[in-house]
Design a binder for this molecule. Sequence first.
Ligand code: ADP
Ligand code: ADP
Length: 231
Amino acid sequence: GGLVEVSGLTWRPYGRRDPVLRDLTLTIPAGQRVLLVGPSGAGKSTLLRAVGGLLETADSGERTGAVTIDGMPAGSSAGMVGMVLQEPGAGIVSATVGRDVAFGLENVGADRTGMPRVVAESLRAVRLDKPADTPTSALSGGETQRLAIAGALALRPRVLLLDEPTAMLDPDNAASVRAVVDEVTRDRGLTVVVVEHRLGPWLDLVDRLLVLDRAGGIVADGCPGEVLQIH
Ligand code: ADP
Ligand code: ADP
């Protein structure tokens, strides 16, 4: 089996006739990097939330099927999955870089004595070479996204979910985020699912391209060259 198992997942928001996700089944092995694409409204964000274990808490609807991470229901153990959203700053909760990375650790009741080391390591991993007391408001969009990744990494997740992490960034900042995602996922063997509309820059970084259609099903799935028929 894979690290992430989605089996027969159907999800229909209350008040909608048609499901957003329709009988979706998919296996993601540990360490695989997946680019998830499809038209707007296809259910990409919904699928990420399902893997993150947030579908029940953040959305109201009718769900059937199962999502497990390492055999456990998604969302049942804190810190298994890290999530970064499109809007830089959406996940930033603290006034300083150090406090922000420490926030998640404090939430899960991590040992405080080891925290400065984990915070420093996480900032180094995303190449955010700033003192811990740097105001989060002083960061560029790309740095803010890298800070969000650092916050996720501090919890030592197995899976990193990125929902259009570079959509709001200029090309240089976008490149810095991709480079960091590439590096940290290789170094740590993390499993990654990234949603992005501009797929070109990501194609070399991923092992697999997964295409959803408007009807909430998978229309293509394979290595990028295969799916795009590049020979
Ligand atoms: P994508 O990320 O592919 O653009 P989404 O997963 O954001 O698609 O949304 C898919 C569809 O589900 C959209 O039509 C959206 O309006 C609808 N949807 C998503 N979440 C909810 C919700 N909590 N309640 C009602 N409708 C929702
Ligand atoms: P506070 O004084 O409010 O705790 P700090 O900025 O001193 O705020 O610390 C915020 C977090 O950053 C703390 O949880 C600590 O673990 C971490 N931290 C503090 N100093 C450093 C440092 N020099 N390098 C890395 N992390 C640090």
